[in-house]
Ligand binder design. Structure first.
Ligand code: BTN
Length: 261
């Protein structure tokens, strides 16, 4: 059976403001992010939404792989030229937009994982290519529609179908695609600061003891106006800015000297 991806409806919603925008659906590709990065390096900077029904080499953050079952996941990348004054907070703005379009109960785990009750429902991988003056951003999104095999996953998985029974990948794309494009263009004009409160409202780590891969240990205190994660340590507030740092709840009770801070 051919999958109906609502590609035309998405294009029709975006094209009036952005005539060069296109939507492409491929039955199979190694990775939608890799494909758009290859195109950008070859000088193709047109705004595009690339959806793959199957990825054979999906990639995640921090050099990890991203595995997803056909039908059981939505995998797509949005590629577009972008010129914000300040790039900080882009990944948080993307996560916020995707989470808000999917369900009010979803939370964000800094910088941009989407969690359902402590389990990972979606991941986001943002990459950029610069050619001359142009900076092209590729925003890859992978959403579990049904529960994937948990083998080898560092965080237990969750699925959108737990919240929205019967939802499929095209219906999930129809919910997130157009608002995501709007959110990214809004970020380009306005930056992250106006989203700080919305992020902190969905922050899965807020008030939790966390452990960061750079050795920082403390209590998560939300994000600042630039999207940096604030961690209350014994030596004061530390700002975590690098997406290369991974953060996880340590599960440890909060040390008494941090409780009053
Ligand atoms: C992560 O959680 O580490 C990020 C996962 C991002 C996965 C998506 S699926 C579509 C796009 N293509 C990829 O190869 N990766 C992203």
């Amino acid at each position: 059976m051919t999958t109906q991806w609502h590609a035309e409806a998405i294009w029709e919603a975006v094209a009036p403001q952005w005539p060069t925008f296109s939507v492409e659906v491929l039955p199979e590709i190694d990775s939608t992010n890799s494909e758009l990065m290859r195109r950008a390096r070859a000088g193709q900077f047109a705004p595009v939404l690339l959806v793959a029904e199957r990825q054979t080499g999906g990639r995640g953050r921090l050099g990890r792989s991203w595995q997803s079952d056909t039908q059981g996941a939505l995998t797509f990348s949005l590629g577009l030229p972008l010129q914000p004054r300040d790039w900080s907070g882009l990944s948080l703005a993307v996560g916020l937009s995707v989470a808000a379009c999917l369900h009010p109960t979803l939370q964000l785990k800094w910088p941009n994982d989407i969690w359902l009750q402590g389990r990972k429902l979606a991941g986001i991988l943002i990459e950029t290519a610069s050619v001359g003056e142009v900076r092209y951003v590729v925003i890859g999104v992978g959403i579990n529609i049904t529960t994937p095999n948990a083998t080898g996953l560092t965080t237990p998985p969750a699925a959108l179908s737990e919240l929205l029974p019967g939802i499929d990948a095209p219906a999930a794309l129809a919910r997130v695609a157009v608002p995501l494009i709007t959110a990214v263009r809004h970020f380009e004009a306005e930056g992250f600061s106006g989203l700080q409160l919305a992020f902190n409202t969905r922050d899965a780590l807020l008030g939790q003891s966390v452990q960061c891969s750079d050795g920082t240990v403390g209590m998560a205190r939300g994000v600042n106006a630039q999207g940096a994660l604030l961690v209350q340590t014994a030596a004061g507030i530390k700002k975590i800015t690098s997406a290369e740092v991974s953060v996880r709840p340590s599960g440890a009770p909060t040390p008494p000297d941090l409780l009053s801070l």
